[in-house]
Design a protein around this ligand. Structure first.
Ligand SMILES: Cc1cc2nc3c(=O)[nH]c(=O)nc-3n(C[C@H](O)[C@H](O)[C@H](O)COP(=O)(O)O)c2cc1C
Length: 141
């Protein structure tokens, strides 16, 4: 399953989490601010992250997801970093992805002021398990 991480980050928290996911799963990571939405079409599993902004995903992320190609039957994992409450941010993202045909297999978030890579351990474990669980059966080759 070809997987990737896309993120938007203002102050570095979501970026650190995105990079930790990318390093752990050994998959490419893209900054939404510097990426073409069409790139998402190259992958089967989209892992996408945002800072919670006014109880919603960042507008940079929702605008980007509006423009990605249809991904009927493809899988997504949504993640966020936040300071006090996620509100409807993760639900908003998975609903938006669902309109593009994506099935969200996991929503996770990390609360904290300036989380470090070590603080992400539980989130990384959850993502790792979800990816493993949804791995297509081996072709037997
Ligand atoms: C304009 C603005 C709105 C925010 N709204 C929320 C919010 O609704 N809930 C929350 O828990 N944190 C909120 N935060 C805090 C950020 O979600 C949090 O600091 C996040 O980790 C920042 O990620 P970043 O470093 O990747 O930009 C807000 C921050 C800003 C600047």
């Amino acid at each position: 399953m070809k997987s990737c991480v896309f993120y938007f980050s203002r102050t570095g928290n979501t970026k650190r989490l995105a990079e930790t996911i990318s390093e752990t799963l050994e998959i490419p990571v893209f900054d939404i601010s510097a990426s073409q939405p069409s790139t998402v079409g190259d992958f089967d599993l989209l892992i996408v992250g945002t800072p919670v902004t006014g109880l919603r995903p960042a507008v940079e992320v929702t605008a980007f997801l509006d423009k990605i190609p249809e991904g009927t039957g493809k899988k997504a994992i949504v993640f966020c970093t936040y300071a006090f409450t996620k509100g409807g941010a993760m639900k908003h993202m998975s609903q938006q992805l669902s309109k593009k045909g994506y099935i969200t297999i996991l929503s996770v978030g990390k609360r904290g002021v300036k989380p470090s890579k070590n603080d992400f351990r539980e989130v990384i474990e959850e993502i790792g398990k979800a990816v493993e669980k949804h791995q297509p059966p081996s072709s037997g080759n």
